[in-house]
Design a binder for this molecule. Structure first.
Ligand SMILES: [Zn+2]
Length: 383
């Protein structure tokens, strides 16, 4: 944060924003500090959204002139993500990846992983949405921060951008609207392993399908109602999560219960995981029995450590015995499952029949959707 001397009329560069305006330097300091404290205690999205509505409305183009003869002000320089450089790479599956700087040097296998994941998505999704998937761009970064230059917020997750508002708030390119963004390619490669491959990308594509395909889009009443029913039950309050396998606590609140949009995306990943039928009737309590095989290196390491400790102590009944299924062959492509229980379609049918029936109807609607923007992809004749 920088403080300019008070003087009549000055130009404010477009990537600066006024965050406080009072008559003395001390008051200014107090205001900016308290503003930062408040923002830190709020969610990332609300802090940025609120700061965008402070006393000077920013512009991406022309510099601003303000009259501050009677006052001194603080300016905060914000990271300008709209200047990021991307290069388009079309994958064999027909999806275009906008590859950011340094991604391929530091994550050389990420495009291969994305091609595997998207091929699986295209195979499990109905034919009606395959053209939509192929024209949904994926923006791939090595790392990503936003907010004030001297106090940035770094994000590592993968997300779907529904609207331009958030992108403008984080000084990013509104062309990313209705597309998917991977903020950290290395993190994506680690996280996808908890879904045995394509489930993470499928989750994001289901957000786009929710918006573009279902009647009333993100306000689809059937999704909102089944989310209400599910959140009033206790079924999703505490469930097994595969990335926590063999940690002291293997349970967490299901991510689907965060809001109705996540509910649609998460339960769709499970509904479309018509695999691993051997775990269908294995219950919901014992990770070793009801989880599909693990491929995450971090989880495999925990399992192997527990096995060797058990072998040393002779305690063959302890957690970490050979019941945990692992697959160490990194070249093997597996069908996806979910990270949170229920992991598969068969488990969802037994665990929550009401939600299962609703998702049958939702995916029937999606299967019968008429895509008015359908385009033929010459390089993708296999589907
Ligand atoms: Zn999501």
């Amino acid at each position: 944060m920088s403080k300019l001397q008070s003087r009549p009329f000055r130009f404010i560069p477009a990537h600066y924003k006024v965050v406080g305006e009072t008559s003395t330097a001390d008051e200014n300091s107090e205001m900016s500090l308290s503003s930062e404290k408040t923002n830190r205690s709020r969610s990332a999205s609300s802090s940025i959204a609120e700061s965008s509505s402070s006393s000077l409305i920013h512009s991406n183009t022309a510099p601003k002139v303000i009259d501050d003869r009677e006052s001194s002000i603080f300016l905060v320089e914000f990271i300008d993500n709209s200047r990021r450089i991307y290069t388009a790479h079309k994958l064999k599956c027909g999806v275009t990846i906008q590859v950011g700087e340094h991604v391929l040097e530091e994550c050389p296998s990420v495009l291969e992983d994305l091609n595997y994941d998207l091929m699986e998505c295209l195979l499990v999704l109905p034919a009606s949405v395959r053209s939509l998937v192929r024209r949904t761009k994926i923006w791939l970064n090595r790392n990503y921060s936003y907010g004030p230059v001297n106090n940035p917020k770094t994000v590592r997750h993968t997300t779907a951008h529904h609207f331009a508002g958030w992108l403008l708030c984080v000084r990013d390119n509104p062309e990313k609207t209705e597309s998917i963004e991977i903020y950290d390619a290395a993190e994506y490669q680690k996280t996808r392993a908890h879904y045995n491959g394509g489930g993470l990308m499928l989750h994001e594509l289901c957000h786009i399908i929710h918006q573009k395909v279902l009647p009333a889009g993100l306000n689809n009443p059937m999704v909102i109602e089944i989310y209400r029913v599910a959140s009033e039950s206790t079924k999703y309050t505490t469930v097994l999560r595969r990335d926590w396998a063999l940690k002291d606590v293997e349970y967490d609140m299901a991510y689907c219960i965060v809001n109705y949009k996540e509910f649609f995306a998460e339960i769709s990943v499970t509904y479309l995981a018509d695999f691993y039928h051997e775990v269908d009737g294995a219950g919901s309590q014992d990770m070793a029995k009801c989880s599909p095989p693990f491929v995450s290196l971090a989880v495999i390491e925990r399992i192997q450590n527990a096995l060797s400790q058990n072998a040393k102590s002779g305690n063959i009944n302890a957690r970490g015995n050979s019941k945990y299924q692992i697959i160490e062959d990194t070249n093997r492509v597996l069908p996806h499952c979910n990270k949170f229980f229920p992991f598969t379609k068969g488990q969802l049918r037994l665990y929550d029949p009401r939600v299962y029936k609703c998702f049958e109807k939702l995916w029937d609607l999606i299967e019968n959707w008429e895509d008015k923007d359908k385009r033929r992809c010459e390089s993708c004749v296999w589907f």
